[in-house]
Write a protein that binds this ligand. Structure first.
Ligand code: SAM
Length: 215
């Protein structure tokens, strides 16, 4: 059986944090995959025991740095995705890595608030820029952006400029001591360069995910 065909979309989002040889040779991703296939409505937290059972040595070096950044903080997932079925990895990882709150923001997300295993979860149906304008969050913030492009109806040149502007705005809105995790989005190197011009590099994963800090 080729498990890779069965992985839920969000399974890939876990790879930067968990040692790849273990993920592929061991049962972690196939357990997730099986659970996903067998559940009409996947309860993402049913996988928590798999993640919790992972010891320190099973995290990638990026996973360890990310865990330290997330611990005790508020994770804000911009462009989080539209439902639990496709976008469960970041909330789950936030919970397992000791975040106190997860806020998912997406313009196509149904709003809801819940508490899972000690983690407060809130979804906001909002434009990202609108959210940032009115954001009021206390404590350490870790912004996550994965698979996000500012491409709607704009030319390639404008896209680079808009992306750059976005990171400048984000920096203005974030308190010192915040982190920004950027996942691979599209193919343009200029887009990936934009956060590098604004934030300090902390760590990168093989898959291209990069963690930055505000100071
Ligand atoms: C490719 S999906 C990525 C989902 C998730 N972050 C992941 O990595 O699986 C991009 C998401 O960003 C949302 N999005 C894009 N631009 C946005 C904006 N300006 N404001 C709010 N949501 C946005 C889309 O609705 C979509 O759900």
């Amino acid at each position: 059986m080729n498990d890779s065909k069965e992985y839920p979309h969000s399974g890939y989002a876990i790879l930067p944090f968990i040692d790849r040889p273990l993920s592929f040779s061991g049962s972690f991703l196939s357990a997730i995959s099986n659970a996903y296939r067998n559940n009409q409505r996947l309860d993402m937290w049913s996988h928590e025991k798999h993640i919790q059972s992972l010891s320190e040595r099973n995290l990638t070096s990026f996973g360890r740095v990310f865990r330290a950044a997330v611990q005790g903080g508020v994770v804000i997932d911009l462009g989080c995705g539209i439902d639990d079925r496709t976008a469960w990895a970041i909330p789950l990882i936030s919970g397992c890595f000791g975040a106190k709150k997860y806020i998912g923001v997406d313009r196509h997300r149904q709003e809801k608030s819940e508490k899972r295993e000690g983690l407060e979860i809130e979804y906001k149906d909002m434009e990202i820029l609108h959210y940032l304008e009115q954001m009021s969050v206390n404590g350490k913030i870790v912004v996550v952006m994965s698979g996000l492009e500012f491409s709607d109806g704009v030319s390639a040149d404008d896209r680079v400029q808009i992306t750059q502007q976005f990171y400048n705005t984000l920096k203005e809105r974030l308190p010192r001591g915040s982190y920004i995790a950027v996942g691979p989005s599209g193919t343009s190197p200029e887009l990936l360069d934009a956060p590098k011009r604004v934030f300090n590099h902390v760590a990168s994963a093989k898959e291209g995910h990069t963690l930055f800090s505000t100071n």
